[in-house]
Ligand binder design. Structure first.
Ligand code: HEM
Ligand SMILES: [Cu+2]
Length: 478
């Protein structure tokens, strides 16, 4: 173990990261199957394709959130004592949810997408039974309850230790005459902000899930479809963003070990996180731009906040990271390389995301592969890279900083694969290839096939990271 500060429950976190690494790999294989099927390289029945798409979407988003949560718990535990049982309850509910979701998809045949858009789960056209949809909802609800418990514990400890929500968000420094020395560390600010917005997101998600569940059994209980879509995308947008915002805590905590300079909460940092808290919730209408019945002001807000959202993100993290790296004797190993890659991938991926958040662009691009193109950039090369970086750091020996040949090979393969794979989505989009289609036209297949090759590289790189994690942790924990 390389950490000297208080770090309770590292066993639980190491186990979580092992599970998550394996699930990332399995879900990547499912992704590869879809891309190969689109390219006509293998035959996949469309019914099965939509089940795989559902499992890949839900599984990846869930695992990203799990790794973000593990990172948050691990590092917040350095500053405040957390009740271990809550983490186990969270992990238990999460795994229960996974079993329900996988059962509903691969046994029950549910293929309504990770976004469970109302009223699709109730209108399968015979592809799945009501029980399958109900199992999927209950799986999500179990995971949601686990997260609420998790945030309740984090929230109450931060509130009591740091002088309320405003204290933990460093508002005295951001908006008053508080001093830098008295401000809570970056980890605490980030943890408090994500706790607030993800709790709100999950509660909204739970409400629409329960309504959809009731609607399955009592079809006369109808929900306004536009309201349901707003609630679902509010939840979905906030939840996936929260996983990245939680994972970035690993950058704040680990990079200083390499540069020798602590990452401090400055006034700009504090203001930026408060803006993130606001923007991450206000920006969700950028998912509704195809819904012409939405009030115009909401869509305009979605577009404007999309522009603004990039600023705190880039200013706070990417810019400060550059400042920290510059002039310090940064030492590179797998952990530090992957963490820096994560911030870079996250920043790069935000550019096509902001483009898609413009109403005029969105009208043309939104249902094309532009969308999987941009989010795979900041997930494969962003969140997931940070998670693998955290894993590499968890098993690294104290004071040993080196990039072995295998590490270098893994990194190169992963970055090349990730860049190629995502660029092929963007190219396909330029050729007007729609997203979420099981069957592609002949003239789209060449891009699909090239993308499959790059996707295989991503899987190989990830395999190297996971095998290395298991191998090295076997060496160092005994
Ligand atoms: C080897 C790596 C990966 C491959 C080959 C892959 C492949 C795919 C493919 C082919 C699609 C469907 C694209 C379409 O709409 O036509 C897709 C969708 C998706 N992927 Fe991946 N993916 C990979 C990694 C990831 C990662 C790491 C994440 C998140 C952490 C992720 C999250 C998603 C999500 C949320 C969707 C959208 C599902 C939907 O439209 O309902 N993927 N992926
Ligand atoms: Cu969004």
């Amino acid at each position: 173990m390389s950490d000297t500060k208080l770090a309770p429950q590292s066993g639980a976190i190491k186990l979580t990261m092992l599970l998550a690494g394996v699930v990332f790999l399995l879900m990547m294989l499912l992704g590869l199957v879809m891309r190969a099927a689109q390219g006509g390289l293998i035959e996949v029945d469309p019914t099965l394709f939509y089940q795989i798409l559902t499992a890949h979407g839900a599984g990846m988003v869930g695992t990203a959130a799990l790794t973000g949560a593990a990172i948050l718990w691990y590092f917040v535990g350095r500053y405040v004592p957390l009740v271990a049982g809550i983490y186990w309850a969270f992990l238990g509910l999460f795994l229960l949810g996974v079993v329900l979701i996988l059962g509903s998809i691969f046994i029950g045949g549910f293929g309504g997408g990770w976004t469970f858009l109302y009223p699709l789960p109730a209108m399968s056209g015979g592809a799945w039974q009501v029980t399958a949809a109900a199992g999927f909802f209950l799986g999500y609800i179990a995971i949601g309850v686990g997260f609420l418990l998790f945030y309740l514990e984090i929230g109450r400890k931060l509130i009591s230790t740091y002088g309320g929500i405003s204290g933990a968000l460093a508002w005295p420094l951001a908006f008053g005459n508080g001093k830098v020395e008295d401000a809570p560390p970056p980890t605490i600010v980030a943890a408090m902000a994500t706790t607030v917005f993800n709790t709100i997101g999950i509660v909204v998600g739970a409400a629409v899930l329960v309504c959809s569940l009731v609607n399955l059994y009592f079809p006369s209980f109808v929900v306004d479809a536009l309201l349901a879509k707003n609630m679902i995308f509010f939840f979905g947008h906030v939840f996936i963003n929260a996983s990245i915002y939680m994972a970035v805590i690993a950058v704040y905590e680990i990079i200083p070990e390499y540069t020798g300079r602590p990452w401090k909460t400055s006034r700009v940092f504090a203001i930026a996180w408060s803006l993130v808290l606001l923007f991450v919730m206000a920006v969700y209408p950028h998912h509704m731009m195809q819904d012409t019945v939405m009030p115009a002001w909401a869509l305009v807000m979605g577009q404007i906040v999309s522009y603004l959202s990039g600023i705190p993100l880039l200013a706070v993290t990417a810019f400060s990271l550059c400042v920290y790296l510059r002039g310090s004797k940064m030492r590179w190993d797998l952990a530090s390389s992957l963490l820096v890659l994560g911030v870079a991938g996250w920043s790069v991926g935000s550019v096509p995301a902001i483009l898609d958040g413009m109403i005029s662009v969105n009208k043309v691009m939104h249902n094309t592969q532009w969308v999987p193109g941009h989010f795979h950039i900041y997930l494969i090369l962003g969140e997931v890279a940070m998670a693998f970086g955290f894993m590499a750091w968890l098993v690294k020996e104290a004071n040993k900083v080196e990039l072995s040949n295998l590490d270098r090979a893994g990194l190169t393969i992963y970055i090349l694969g990730g860049a190629g794979f995502t660029i092929m989505f963007l190219i396909s989009s330029a050729l007007s290839v729609p997203r979420r289609w099981a069957v592609h036209l002949e003239q789209w297949m060449l891009q699909d096939q090239i993308a499959t090759g790059f996707g295989a590289l991503v899987v190989l790189g990830a395999l190297i990271f996971v095998v290395r994690y298991v191998h090295v942790s076997g060496d160092t924990t005994n």
